[in-house]
Design a binder for this molecule. Structure first.
Ligand SMILES: Cc1cc2nc3c(=O)[nH]c(=O)nc-3n(C[C@H](O)[C@H](O)[C@H](O)COP(=O)(O)O)c2cc1C
Length: 508
């Protein structure tokens, strides 16, 4: 059988190839012979075998870009289209939990009732699929860094100025020389379709509406080209890069991105191995038959450990400083390291002629007890001034920060301390998981409104007027671990309230 034959295959014929020895699957109406690919599948063979001889589209879509199968399988394995009417429908079992979740989703509050970014998280937790919540919300080990990322901003206080004319405030700024309506960008987060069928396109569209920059992840669920094609003509996008052990693949990705107009390459350097995100691991993204795991892995990767592990086995742990000259030789895009966590590495990046660094701990998902980006910012500003005479924000070498930014006051604090801009991740994921693109629009609107008001209140009519003297960060590096089960806290203070679901009439 070959792709050149015009005849459509019947569902019955496909159904006969339902074993490890001969395994065909249907994805988007096309039949593929994946027998030889079974052991190479980054997510393991078991999940493919579950759909052997059947339509795997529903399982495939949230995790893979549409072109993943065509680029990974040689053309002779593309067996051609299937007669749609002859394909047996894959029975989708809706569990009681799923029914309850769908009912909760119907009762989610309208966007008018969402007042801040925390509201999105609170609602998303209740209405999004459990697997997606586990992957998005999880962080490494005891999730101490996850909490610290936001808590660190609570240790910075304002020193506002008064009697300044703030009739008009201008939030606009630039990142790597590109205009942005405010000093934030949407950072790279993988697997957008777990939370919403349009995946990362929700972010692309909202970024266009609000004139902010989107960083496209290597592991997006939509294809890279789809995301770029959905951008408006002059919309600026960056690319986050996980470096593949096979450098030819990396070269192809980088050069294709440059050709498509990507304006900055953010090389992730904090993930030589993916952190243990136990909430995600407990979901067992794949089945847990150990013999199958061994068979499927065969390359030292345990495929049973959540979405993160399932998709990331290609990342090169051997990546090092000497690789940077190779990147410079294959692209003219500005190079930025994403995941720098101390001034020594920021200085090295500067000395190697890079365009900047993102001071980030990957949203607390990698090394637990890594310090927050905002804390690292302060030491970088001090040391890069001391060692190289640099001042910040700096047009030639950008210090960007991400992790735990949930309020415009957080952004203002980072800018005051020398950041060019901050990246925001989870809040946008939660916004689109619950409300699609309109959710992301609303999240950006909330940030813009908070920003405008707070600039007035600190006495800064433009971004340049936000200066270090406007914050007191003297306590920033006191590492106080907040314990969520702290009874004193919970009994002494009333918890913050959130937008709530409408009343559910039926008993669930
Ligand atoms: C669900 C999720 C997926 C992520 N995927 C990636 C990724 O593929 N590559 C990467 O460099 N960083 C990734 N990150 C890290 C983010 O780029 C960013 O550093 C982090 O989300 C910032 O913290 P915040 O979520 O508190 O805003 C991911 C974060 C989350 C929450």
């Amino acid at each position: 059988m070959s792709a050149t034959e015009d005849r459509k295959l019947s569902g019955k014929e496909v159904a006969q190839h339902n074993t490890r020895e001969s395994c065909w699957i249907i994805v988007h109406g096309k039949v593929y012979d994946v027998t030889e690919f079974l052991d190479d599948h980054p997510g393991g063979s078991k999940i493919i075998l579950k759909y052997a001889g059947k339509d795997a589209t529903q399982e495939y879509d949230p995790i893979h870009p549409p072109d993943a199968i065509t680029t990974n399988l040689s053309p002779e394995k593309h067996l051609g289209p299937v007669e749609p009417d002859t394909v047996e429908k894959v029975e989708v079992v809706i569990t009681d939990e799923e029914k309850a979740r769908l009912e909760r989703a119907e009762h989610k509050p309208t966007l008018d009732e969402i007042l801040n970014l925390h509201d999105f998280e609170f609602i998303a937790k209740q209405v999004m699929p459990e697997k997606a919540w586990a992957y998005y919300s999880s962080a490494a080990d005891d999730e101490i860094t996850l909490r610290e990322n936001h808590a660190a901003y609570h240790r910075i206080w304002f020193r506002p100025r008064v009697l300044r004319d703030v009739t008009r405030v201008d939030l606009s700024s630039t990142i790597l020389g590109h205009k942005t309506s405010m000093p934030i960008y949407i950072t790279a987060t993988a697997l957008g379709k777990l939370g919403h069928p349009d995946g990362e396109l929700n972010l692309t569209r909202a970024a266009a509406n609000y004139n902010v920059i989107q960083m496209i992840p290597t592991l997006a669920s939509c294809s890279f080209d789809e995301i770029v094609d959905n951008a408006k003509p002059d919309q600026v996008q960056f690319l986050q890069l996980y470096v593949n052990k096979d450098r030819e693949i990396t070269k192809r990705i980088v050069q294709h991105a440059e050709k498509r107009g990507i304006k900055g390459l953010f090389i992730t350097v904090d993930a030589p191995q993916l952190g243990r995100r136990e909430k995600d691991m407990r979901m067992k993204f794949e089945a847990d038959d150990p013999s199958e795991v061994a068979k499927a892995g065969g390359k030292g990767v345990d495929r049973s450990q959540g979405a993160a592990r399932a998709i990331s086995s290609f990342i090169d742990p051997g990546l090092n400083w000497s690789d940077l000259s190779w990147f410079k030789s294959i692209t003219k895009m500005p190079l930025i390291l994403k995941g720098v966590q101390c001034w020594e590495d920021a200085l090295e990046a500067y000395d190697q002629g890079l365009a900047g660094v993102v001071l980030s701990n990957h949203g607390g998902r990698q090394l637990d007890f890594a310090r927050s980006g905002i804390e690292v910012l302060v030491e970088c500003v001090t040391k890069l001034k001391e060692k190289r005479g640099l001042t910040f924000p700096n047009d030639k070498f950008a210090l960007l920060v991400d992790g735990g930014v949930r309020r415009a006051t957080d952004v203002i604090k980072a800018v005051a301390l020398g950041a060019t801009a901050v990246g925001i991740g989870r809040p946008f994921l939660y916004a689109f998981s619950a409300y699609g693109v309109e959710g992301v629009n609303k999240a950006l609107e909330i940030l813009r409104d908070e920003f405008e008001m707070n600039m007035r209140l600190i006495g800064a009519p433009t971004i340049k007027d936000i200066v270090p003297e406007m914050v007191d960060a003297s306590n920033l590096s006191s590492h106080i671990v907040s314990v969520p089960e702290d009874n004193l806290y919970h009994t002494s203070y009333e918890v913050m309230h959130h937008a709530t679901l409408k009343e559910i009439k039926s008993k669930l």
